[in-house]
Design a protein around this ligand. Structure first.
Ligand SMILES: [Zn+2]
Length: 449
């Protein structure tokens, strides 16, 4: 079993991840960033509306709706008896999304009218310098319709907290009314200024005459860029991997789940040419995955069918690693965790187990991952949620049940999942890359017929 391609530069990997997240404020941008990495490595872009002429050794990718991406590489072992190795992640994150009727006036301010996307930790959105990005459909002067990706980069709005002097109960548990309290206050609030979508378009697309804006999907995000923080301190046992990185933590928005997307694409790029490897990065996981491009839609199924991977013999010799964030033990809230299953940041990837199938891990797939970790000297942790606390989920159970592929849920431990700013460990990101690469390169992933 081969390790990471040498020389491995952890600092370059971690800084590459930061740039990837920074350039991916929305699923559209994340998809674009992912495709750019695949293009650089010679993956061929396919269109769902055309015939595909595939050959042995091909490496290709296909996108749907400008968000979800499926990339694959046929290896020299692309036989039904060897199956495929599939890594799945999601590229959407909870956020505040601009409504079609985008703004209104209130007490002399212009307010952005937003809808909450996914289960955002809303109180973390207050007092941030919010930028906005997304996709706009426009009609050109000649009548044609096209879409434009836009990103203000600079802050355009804030959601101010109420001062402690005006709300003395603010430090008690304070209810946030998601209809009233979290509409961002736009910083350009002069009465006759153009709407926000039009302003974004003007700065992104000034060259071409646009007749009309026909539709948009615009999302606020924290303009504070991702950062590597924390001094090296005590050496961890993965120090041979990160000796060129002096930081311990990744502080960023959208660690859930762009960290997994980036580690997944780098593992695919770095995987040996032997196995049939697939990467799927899905949209709409944070809202249940039910969409034409989500994991509960037909996108993956249809692509696998077209590339000949839906043969039952292939499927039963295959496995999927569902890569998504895990809850690291919060030292101030230890009682919120199941006592024996509390992963700690920078202590290794986390296998997520739930017997009610909120995670798809089975005893068999857990054994496969533990076997890989032992072989690669990767520490491994396990997460089980408390019986009295509803468990989150991932795309793992959806894909496992739809396709019949044995699946394991594994991820990197993090603090503050679904906050506007999350925190994960540098060592864990490197361990995770190493595990994903070992998974792609593994000789066998089935232990039971
Ligand atoms: Zn997630």
């Amino acid at each position: 079993m081969a390790g990471l391609r040498q020389p491995f530069n952890a600092s370059q990997f971690l800084n590459g991840m930061l740039a990837f997240i920074k350039n991916s404020p929305t699923p559209y941008h994340a998809s674009q960033s992912l495709c750019a990495l695949l293009d650089e490595q010679g993956f061929r872009r396919l269109s769902e509306t055309e015939e595909w002429h595939l050959q042995e050794g091909d490496q290709c990718y296909v996108t749907r709706n400008g968000t979800s991406v499926i990339a694959f590489r046929f290896g020299s072992n692309s036989k039904p008896t060897h199956g495929m190795r599939l890594v799945g992640a999601h590229l959407d994150s909870p956020c505040l999304k601009l409504n079609p009727k985008a703004n209104f006036e209130k007490h002399g301010y212009r307010i952005a009218n937003v809808e909450v996307y996914g289960s955002s930790l809303l109180r973390t959105w207050f007092d941030r310098d919010l930028a906005i990005a997304g996709r706009i459909f426009v009609r050109n002067a000649d009548g044609t319709i096209r879409n434009v990706l836009v990103d203000s980069k600079a802050p355009v709005a804030v959601i101010p907290s109420i001062a402690i002097h005006l709300e003395r109960q603010a430090n008690k548990i304070q209810e946030i009314d998601s209809q009233v309290h979290i509409n961002p206050v736009l910083l350009n609030h002069s009465g006759d200024c153009e709407t926000l979508p039009q302003q974004l378009l003007n700065s992104a697309d000034g060259q071409v005459e646009v007749e009309d804006i026909l539709g948009f999907d615009l999302r606020f995000y924290d303009s504070n860029p991702p950062n590597l923080i924390g001094s090296e301190g005590e050496k961890s046992n993965s120090i041979e991997l990160i000796s060129d990185c002096s930081n311990q933590y990744i502080s960023s928005a959208r660690i859930d789940n762009l960290l997994s997307c980036y580690a997944g694409v780098q593992a695919l790029i770095d995987a040996s040419d032997d196995n049939f490897c697939v990467l799927v990065a899905s949209d709409h996981e944070e809202v249940g995955s039910v969409s034409d491009s989500g994991a509960q839609g037909r996108f993956l199924l249809q692509v696998l069918e077209r590339i000949g991977a839906l043969d039952p013999k292939v499927i039963r010799n295959s496995a999927m690693l569902s890569a998504d964030g895990a809850h690291g033990l919060h030292p101030n809230y230890p009682e919120n965790h199941n006592k024996q299953h509390r992963p700690v940041l920078n202590k290794g990837p986390v296998i997520k187990v739930n017997s009610n199938q909120r995670y798809a891990t089975s005893d068999e797939t857990e054994a496969v991952i533990r076997g890989l970790c032992t072989g690669m000297n990767i520490p491994v942790q396990v997460f089980v949620s408390r019986n009295d606390q509803p468990c989150g989920t991932t795309i793992g159970p959806l894909v496992a049940s739809e396709i019949g592929i044995r699946t394991v849920d594994v991820g990197v431990a993090q603090f503050a999942m679904h906050s506007i700013r999350e925190l994960a460990g540098c060592d864990d990101a490197v361990y995770f890359l190493k595990l994903l690469k070992a998974f792609y390169d593994s000789d066998s992933v089935s232990l039971v017929d």
